[in-house]
Write a protein that binds this ligand. Structure first.
Ligand code: NAP
Length: 490
């Protein structure tokens, strides 16, 4: 396992996609020192990327400010053509981009390939939506006046992105910002800068002008503090933990930026007695274990109605036991390492806490012998609301199964969290489906399916899961300002 990532990187079809310099104002920058990037499966250093100090953030904001003026004035169709070329290049280089992603993030290669397609989809989708950002004509209340609105790009924008989706969380933001006519500066997560820098390489090839899309690597706290001080940055988007999201929102108040936040989740997955057992188990395996469980949409509290509880525990445990753990570059692997060791340790702590309070282990729980970053897919049955796993986001391959009796009860328990990102419901009763989806306090509800994301949908959460939406026409609006124009009679 030791050399998987390094030897795969040596065999890239297009070696220049392994870029380690930051991309500022169309230049590739070495930075002041280097930041190691490791293969999370082995802990081996696979690259050293630029560590940029704060002066580079100032240069990036200056470049983005100049570039915005020219980019804003391009026709939407011209911007769209560049975004479509960028998407095409991502697809042409999908094998290399997926290898880079698995090497630094750890997810199985087929999931990385899936993310390249998902991520490229946002570029194409926003290319088209940017061409349709219509205003409106308002019936006038003033004699002889014409009242209209138009949507205009907000200006320079910036984003801080996480390590679990190293490419798609960038294109979901940058696709919208660039299509709207804005420039954007990205600070990727320190664990996964290679995917972001390869994306910048392809943006350059696609013809994105200098300063319109920039990637800066370095200390998150220092760089973001500077970003927040610069009034030219009019909109800011963050995907990551709720704790850091709150801090950034507070910092952004000093220059009153438009902020969108995609934060933590703690998704309930509710299965009623009348649901298809097979469908619910298949859906739940996907919703729990995709991205090795490191997903804001991951099913974190799996509520099963009493009549289906025992068969569900058995079928779900059997399906979980079949999942293969290993290096993401190995064939047939379903679950890779945890990208951050702290996440693996949190999984172990949650398992220990649940067992000490009476949960029942049906699968996993033991060390797998592959190293500290690997967590054996684990199922805990008879979990109760007092256990840590029922209260906090897990972010790893540990499933918590909780029995329930009534619809009223499960709604109360599902909603009793500060999070409100996604919820899943499995039932064959149409009226119940309508009632329950209406009363769940979550930004997204999936009924009888675990697959629902993609460019056309408004992705986002309620309560402490965030502010604003990404994807869909709502995602484009995050990077635009509404202008009202009143034309008086001459
Ligand atoms: P994180 O620790 O908050 O880090 C996310 C980003 O914030 C990274 O780029 C990180 O940079 C940066 N950062 C860390 N500390 C910072 C600070 N003091 N000031 C400014 N930036 C800072 O979150 P994570 O662990 O990477 O991501 C997992 C969380 O993201 C989970 O809670 C998950 O649910 C959430 N998530 C939400 C969505 C959604 O769409 N709602 C999608 C994916 C993930 P460094 O890496 O350089 O520290």
């Amino acid at each position: 396992m030791k050399h998987f990532a390094l030897s795969a990187l040596e065999r890239l079809r297009c070696p220049e996609l392994l870029e380690t310099r930051a991309f500022i104002d169309g230049q590739w920058i070495e930075g002041e020192s280097r930041l190691p990037v490791v293969d999370p499966a082995t802990g081996m250093v696979i690259a050293q990327v630029a560590h940029c100090d704060v002066k580079w953030m100032d240069k990036a904001v200056d470049a983005a400010t100049q570039a915005f003026v020219l980019w804003r004035d391009r026709l939407p169709a011209e911007r769209g053509a560049i975004l479509r070329r960028w998407a095409t290049l991502c697809r042409e280089h999908a094998a290399d981009l997926a290898t880079l992603m698995t090497a630094e993030q750890g997810k199985p290669l087929n999931e990385s390939l899936g993310e390249i397609e998902y991520g490229a989809g946002f570029l194409g989708w926003f290319a088209a939506d940017g061409e349709r950002s219509y205003g409106e004509s308002i019936p006038s209340h003033l004699p002889g006046s014409q009242l209209t609105t138009k949507m205009q790009p907000i200006g320079v924008t910036a984003a801080i992105t996480p390590w679990n989706f190293p490419m798609a969380m960038i294109t979901r933001k940058a696709g919208a910002a660039l299509a709207a006519g804005c420039s954007m500066i990205i600070k990727p997560a320190s664990e996964t800068p290679l995917s972001a820098l390869a994306l910048a390489k392809l943006a350059e090839q696609a013809g994105v002008p200098a300063g319109v899309f920039q990637v800066i690597t370095g200390d998150a706290q220092i760089l973001s503090a500077r970003l927040m001080q610069r009034p030219e940055v009019r909109a800011f988007s963050f995907t990551g933990s709720t704790q850091i999201g709150r801090q950034l929102l507070a910092q952004s108040a000093q220059t009153l930026k438009k902020v969108s936040l995609e934060l933590g989740g703690h998704a309930p997955f509710i299965v009623f007695d009348d649901a298809s057992l097979e469908g619910a188990v298949v859906g739940c395996i996907g919703a729990k274990f995709a991205t090795s469980g490191q997903d804001c949409l991951a099913a974190n509290r799996i509520y099963i109605q009493r009549g289906l509880y025992a068969p569900f525990v058995q079928a779900f445990s059997e399906a979980t036991a079949r999942l293969k753990l290993g290096h993401g570059l190995e064939d047939g692997v379903d679950i890779g390492p945890m990208t951050r060791l702290s996440v693996a340790n949190k999984c172990r702590d949650q398992i220990g806490n649940a067992l000490s309070l009476g949960a029942r282990l049906t699968v996993g729980g033991e060390e797998c012998g592959l190293g500290a970053s690997f967590v054996t897919p684990t199922v805990l049955a008879d979990v109760t609301d007092e256990m840590d796993i029922a209260i906090e986001e897990t972010f790893g391959p540990v499933a918590a199964l909780l029995p329930f009796d009534s619809e009223e009860e499960v709604l109360r328990r599902a909603n009793s969290t500060e999070y409100g990102l996604a919820a899943y419901v499995y039932t064959n009763d149409l009226r119940r489906a309508a009632r329950v989806s209406d009363r769940l306090e979550f930004g997204m509800v999936a009924l009888n399916t675990a697959r629902f994301t993609g460019p056309p949908i408004p992705f986002g959460g309620w309560k402490q899961s965030g502010l604003g939406r990404e994807g869909s026409r709502h995602g484009l609006a995050e990077y635009m300002e509404l202008k009202y124009v009143c034309v008086g009679s001459l």
